[in-house]
Design a protein. Sequence first.
Length: 220
Amino acid sequence: MEAKYTSKIGGSDGNDRLSFLPDQIISHILSFMETKYAVGTAVLSRRLEDLWTRVSNLDLDDAPEWEHAIDEREWQFWRFVDKVLGQHKNLNALSRFRFHVSVRYNHSFEVLGSTSFKRELVFGPPIEEIDINIDGGTESGIPQCLRCIPENFYTLKNLKVAKLSGVVLGAINLSVFLPSVKILQLSHVKMKDFESLGRLISGCPALETLHLETCKLQPF
């Protein structure tokens, strides 16, 4: 009995069982993969060509696997990020956004300028986890549209985890209400004033874990 069941769902008879799944289910499965692998599934069949553009999780990591040459790796990574953010069909419906990049040279801005990269990090209401790590500091070639946290971040009602490193927090002049945030980590973050930091922390009534490391003022 078990052998027969395994044959049916495993496709050992040569049939493609994955094709029988609804698009929504396949996109959900792809959401558990690192984004570069989810995008890679587009070459497997015509049906899979754009299913990655509906995933609910984005994991963009400038990992060493891209290329051995650092400069070429930066070119590949930023082109990939531009493609993902440009072609994703519903960025406002993401539940998790992870963006890790190591900037080693100041030519990153030139790399970005060679693409159509104009994407700001604006998060939709459903998002539950934000993990941004810009290694190299905010004085690097990362443009302001990427390293500055948008205002709508401070009113994300479903956000549970916020890990921010190497970004800029502008002056917070509006009410902060992050009722679901339990983990808040700020590392190497630059901010307009410490009053804004106080507003951010006090706006997280459910906060359980707070980590602050090398947070300093920066005049704008």
